[in-house]
Write a protein that binds this ligand. Structure first.
Ligand code: HEC
Length: 158
């Protein structure tokens, strides 16, 4: 014979198990759409979630990129090249840029010079991005020193 207390505990446990099972079933039922299969299709709520995120500037031109180069302009399609396209090829060819090599400081000077003398507009926060892009991908080429000669055999001058 179980004591009264044990029986009470048994009942409580049974209730707990039952409610857990009900909860799991309910969650599953909801996840497969509940009773919505009874509704006519036009009564179903259609939730259209549209992504409102603006594409990054770099992505706008992505379709014209081949082998890492933006074909129409010749720019290296990395980092902020989209901003460069938007700001730097209205007045002159992109070639004037891609054929140049400068460090970041000199790129900034060139921009300041165009602003002073060529009516280039204030680039705002984009100036740093443009300078960073140009300073990185259109930096002076490092030629490096030639490798030291390896002399295998000395000969004597006579
Ligand atoms: C408002 C017009 C305009 C815009 C926009 C413009 N430039 Fe220029 N830029 C000029 C002019 C004009 C010249 C001189 C062209 C020439 O000498 O034939 C020039 C020359 C240059 C030169 C050559 C400088 C030299 O020493 O010969 C470079 C490099 C250059 N621009 C880069 C840029 C970059 C980078 C941007 C974007 C930030 C840009 N330009 C945007 C007008 C502009």
């Amino acid at each position: 014979m179980k004591s009264k207390a044990i029986r009470k505990l048994d009942n409580a446990l049974r209730l707990l198990k039952f409610s857990m099972a009900a909860l799991v079933f309910f969650a599953f039922f909801r996840s497969i759409g509940g009773f919505s299969f009874l509704l006519k299709p036009e009564n179903k709520k259609v939730v259209v979630v549209q992504k409102q995120d603006k594409p990054k500037t770099e992505d706008i031109f992505g379709s014209d990129v081949e082998n890492g180069i933006h074909i129409p302009t010749g720019f290296i399609a990395k980092g902020g090249y989209g901003i460069v396209i938007q700001n730097c090829i209205t007045c002159h060819s992109s070639k004037i840029i891609t054929q140049n090599r400068m460090d970041a400081k000199t790129w900034r000077k060139t921009i300041k010079w165009m602003q002073k003398t060529q009516n280039l507009w204030d680039l705002g926060v984009n100036e740093d991005k443009i300078v960073a892009y140009l300073g990185k991908y259109y930096a002076p080429k490092k030629e490096g020193r030639r490798k030291a000669l390896v002399v295998e055999e000395w000969y004597e001058l006579k």
